[in-house]
Design a protein around this ligand. Structure first.
Ligand code: PGA
Length: 309
């Protein structure tokens, strides 16, 4: 079985992808919107952001393990309300599409908002969409910094995605200095207002927000109190931009030094709907343990065990 999967993987990336012939054929299968896919209560989202890591052989080794872990997990099969994704570099997208087992989403780390044209060095939302990649991280702190993105640029990408039934994983967060100067609320409000400009309430429900305090990325996590306070603050801001229903139902993840040892503790914060994971997401076992640490998983596991007694 394992061998068959491996052969398929090689085929996926050595063959030229079929050229779409008509605009009708080109249309990717309709994606279910996050808001339809995940009922708000009891749902969790886990995305591993690989950043600029993993070459082809690493990707192969990763999915050999990760597919097995996810595929053999009976609890995950019964849960339903969980979304698992892996975000490789642009060059890793197609290998991941080919290798990841059903149920593991391929997520782009960054896309450009134009459909096509003279934009050297960019990949368009439409190009990833063609391969049924329907999720993209937008405005990660590192992306904003490296490419000098303004909030208006981030907003263009968010709009290009939601206008095409794709899901942005919109990263927002404050610097250590802003936090120390009591500016967190101001910064988060400004980011949300600008990043979500001209995005309707319905479309906003298809946006996953990742609250990533910049000072916690690659260092050590925020405390549960800080996470709870700031995610509630984000919901309030969303409520003031849209309405209380949107604020209640939008998915908000936490990101910043999550690992298999602190995930369960952070997930006791009820306002957290999941994680965007950096370093720990590079290890399939660690990422799997993070997924398993959600209260929903533990509850489902208990139910399954009692049924099997
Ligand atoms: P980290 O990265 O988990 O390594 O802190 C998180 C992120 O940048 O999304």
């Amino acid at each position: 079985m394992e061998d068959q999967k491996e052969i398929k993987v090689e085929q996926t990336i050595t063959e030229t992808p079929e050229t779409p012939k008509t605009s009708k054929q080109k249309k990717p299968t309709k994606k279910q919107l996050v808001s339809e896919l995940l009922a708000k209560s009891n749902s969790k989202v886990f995305i591993a952001n690989w950043k600029m890591n993993n070459k082809f052989a690493d990707i192969k080794a990763y999915f050999k393990k990760f597919n097995k872990l996810i595929g053999s997990d009976k609890t995950l099969k019964t849960m339903g309300n969980v979304l698992i994704g892996v975000a490789p570099t642009a060059i890793g997208l197609l290998p991941v599409v080919g290798m990841a087992r059903k149920g593991i989403l391929t997520v782009a780390q960054n896309v450009y908002h134009k459909e096509n044209g003279s934009y050297t060095g960019c990949i368009s939302y439409d190009q990833v969409h063609e391969y049924n990649i329907n999720y993209a991280i937008v405005g990660h702190y590192e992306t904003r910094t490296i490419f000098n993105l303004k909030e208006a640029d981030v907003n263009e990408v968010v709009k290009s995605l939601v206008n095409n039934q794709m899901t942005p994983i919109l990263c927002i967060g404050e610097t250590a200095e802003e936090k120390d100067n009591g500016l967190t609320q101001k910064v988060l409000s400004k980011q949300l207002l600008n990043d979500l400009k001209d995005v309707s309430a319905n479309q906003a429900l298809n946006v996953i927000i990742a609250y990533e305090p910049i000072w916690a990325i690659g260092k050590s996590p925020a405390t549960n109190d800080e996470i709870d306070k700031n995610i509630k603050m984000i919901r309030e801001i969303i409520g003031s931009i849209y309405d209380s229903e949107t604020a209640k139902n939008i998915h908000i993840l936490y990101g910043g030094s999550v690992d298999e040892n602190n995930a369960a503790e952070i997930l006791t914060v009820r306002s957290v709907d999941g994680f965007l994971v950096g370093r720990a997401g590079l290890d399939p076992l660690a990422f799997y343990k993070i997924i398993k640490s959600s209260p929903e998983y533990i509850e489902s596991e208990k139910i399954l065990k009692s049924k099997n007694k």
